[in-house]
Each structure stands twice: as C-alpha cells, then as structure tokens.
Design a protein around this ligand. Sequence first.
Ligand code: 3PG
Length: 488
Amino acid sequence: MAYGGYSYLELNYKPGKDDFVVLLWAKGTVNINNLAEAIAAESSVGTFTKIKTMNERIFKHYRAHVFEIIKTSEDSGFIKIAYPLEHFDQKNVIQFCASVMGNIYGLLEIEELYIMDISFPEKYQRQFKGPIGLEAIRKYVGTEKSRRPHCGTIVKPKVGLTPNEFADVAYKVLANGLDLVKDDENLVDQDFCKWRDRADLVNKAMNRAELETGEKKLYCCNISDSSIERMEKRLDYLHSHGLKLVMLDVFVLGMPATIHMVNMAHRYRMFTHAHRAGFAAVHRSGDGYSFGILEKFYRMFGLDQLHVGTGVGKMDGAPHTIRRFARLARDNEIKASIAEGGLEISKFDKSIAPMMPVASGGLHAGLTEGLFEIFGNDFTMQAGGGVHGHPKGSEAGAKALRAAADAIGEGITLEEKAKTSKELNEELKKFGYVKGYKVRRMLNFFDENADLFEMIVKKQGMSAIRMFDKTFDARGNVSEHHIISKKV
Ligand code: 3PG
C-alpha cells in the first residue's frame, strides 16, 4: 500500500510527546487505507507520484505517520495521523493550518473529510502566552469567593440603537445586577451608532452603575475591523479610558489578526472576549473541522472569554458536546471518546491558563440550572432576548438573570429563588423553567452508555456522532423548553 510511491501507513507507530496527533473522519472513492495514505502524503511531504528529489532524511524526519485506522466500510473510517514537531514552522500557525488542514480537503478521491480533533505538543504550546484567564476575570468582578456564574446581556436590537439609546440600556442592566454588557457581533461603527460615541457613553453608564452598586462591571466593546490600524486605535482608546475588556469576532478576523490584537490587549493587561460568529460554516459542514480545534487555538492564543455554545439555547450542540467545549476552555486535561468527537486525551501546558467559557444564544434565566449541569460554576451566561424580552423590560430581565446566577452560587433551585425574586418568577412564567435534573439525566445517560455509543460510532462512522448530537439534544428531550420556544 502506498501513495505516490511511498507508504505512510505504520500501524505500530506510537506517537511521541513531541508529535501532533490528528483524528479525522474520511470517506472517499478509494479504499480507506489508500485514502489515509493520500491524506498523510499531501499534508506532509508527498505528492501523487514518486519524485527524484525525495531522500531518506526528508522521509524519515518530516513525513506524517498513519498509526490507526478504524474502518467503518471499505472506503470510510476514522484515521489517526501523527506529525513530527520538526515538520512545522513552530512560530507560525498559518503554516500548520496550511499543512494539516489545507490541501487535503480538495483531493479528488475525498468525498467527506472532517478533522475532529488535534492534540498539540506541550513544547509547541509554550510559544504562546495563553489567557490572562478565568481567575483574573473573577478577581476583577469580585466573584472568586461566591463562584457564581457571571451574567451579562447582549444589548438588543443587535443593530439600530443610537449611542444614547444603547448606553441607556447598558446602564439599566448593569445597575440592576448584570456583570457584563456586550455589543453584538455585527455592531462596530455604523453611522447610526458611531463606535467612539457608544464607547464613551457606555463607559460613563458603566462607571455610574459601578458607583451605585459597588460592583465592578465589564463592557465587551467590539473593535473587530478589516483594518488592523483601526482596531489598534480603538484598543488604545479603550485602554486610555480605563476599559478592561475588548471584544473580537475571532473567526471572521482570522488567526493573525486575532493573535495580534490579543497580544496588544494583554500588553495593556486588558481581557479579550471572543465572539465566534461564522465558525459553524466549518464546524457543522460535512467537510470541515470541529470547533474544538479552533477552541484549542484560541486558548493558546490567549483569548480570555470565548462563546462555546449552550446545549440548551438556540444554537446547535447537544449538552455532552458543549460540556466538552466547556472543559476545553477551562481544564488542563480533557478526556473524550470518538463518540464525543475528540481524542482520548487533550492536554494544555501549565503555562496556558483556563479561559472563561461563555454560554450565549437563545438563553433566558429559566435555563440556568441546565447550564450549571453542563458548565459547572465557572462560566458566563449571556442573554439578549432573555433579558430584553422580560415582560417588565430590561431592568427586570437583568434582575431575573442575576437572581438565577445567585441561585447557582447559593446552591438553591430557581424555584426557591423565585420565591424572593418577583422578576425571576415573571421570567420563568414567560419563558419556562427547565429543571437541572433533565439535562443531568441526559448527560448521565450519555456517560453510562459510553461504551455502547463508542461501539456504534466505530461501526457506523460520522453519521452516528451527528445522530447522537441530535438525539441527546436538550431541546428535543426537555419538553418545556421545546414547547415554550415554539410558543414564544
Ligand atoms: C450572541 O451574541 O450570542 C447572540 O446575539 C445572543 O442573542 P440572544 O441571547 O438574543 O439569543
């Protein structure tokens, strides 16, 4: 078996600590072993034919090693490939992506190619500084002791408000319990809401709310732009006006711009908040790669807060999938299975601090217990519609969300908390209440049957993983939210 005259198949190869390991799903028009060889060749040193310029040194040091194939049919399966560290330009992630996540997608014999996970050697990770991190954000907000989730809102409508209208909403929610207020991904510097006017007015509103409440607040100010120069100017401006957090639309910005802006923010000791708009174009497609890979990159780059999905809100992703994304944001050793979409183990070097996972998209206070089951205590929950859609308006919505976050910190149910918070009570009446045990039951069911699901996935392939993601989806199984989200 060979591709272009060389074989990359080494089923007895054991990846070393300095190897990158890639797990992918492939289906094609040729036998799965040939497909694996083609992918390994094209992503490392090979081409379609034997070449006179190849030598033993190159093939020995720089080639990829296919060390495991889990065949699901003659022409499909899961493939694990190891790449040596010396193959890569280590200071340059673009070179890495062009190799491992590049040309292979276009090979004629490929019908489906989805890269599920990549593990990065600790030596490679150490070139990055990582996030300032979750604990530093908690310290700033003052929640290191209470460990309650942070709560925030995306000011809505997402575009259209004037700077004054925007700042007025920001003041109302920050003065009524929220920790964070945020621009949406598509609001930057439009004519109806000039960036600098908005930044100034929200800063004022935030200072006022801080004085009144005695709590530190955060404003996720979106500086994303096609011009690096404009982003730099905005960041300088925020820093010189004492703001602590800046928001970037990381996926559409691309990696070099993201790295550049994170480094600049961190030189100012400012936190970075990442909105991931656009990621699903690669994550959800047949040919693409998992958000988990992007997440590993983003954490190494040093983003401090990252949207990772919710498992219970309006965006795709079952609770067990989002739980893995929350762990990738926060933990240093993350175990997974192929059925969960990941390598058995992912490790972050100790120099890479935890980042704060952000749950956002279709949330309301009634989903907080479910979020807790998925995320634990350490996360930020953001609700746009769930705050501004409260029957009594944004102030009451903010109070309801804060009461829900406090309930988690206090270890009591939303039902109990609603007895002392009329705003939470009204919120639950409007949007409904998903009790935590319903989400926990699904997570437990997934965990208790892990071996069975792994066996099914190894027989049926990627379609089974996608089927599990739909079947164990809270919104299909937790009937209240399903019905309520249709009703509202
Ligand atoms: C986001 O930035 O995640 C969305 O704008 C969330 O908005 P929603 O809470 O109204 O769904």
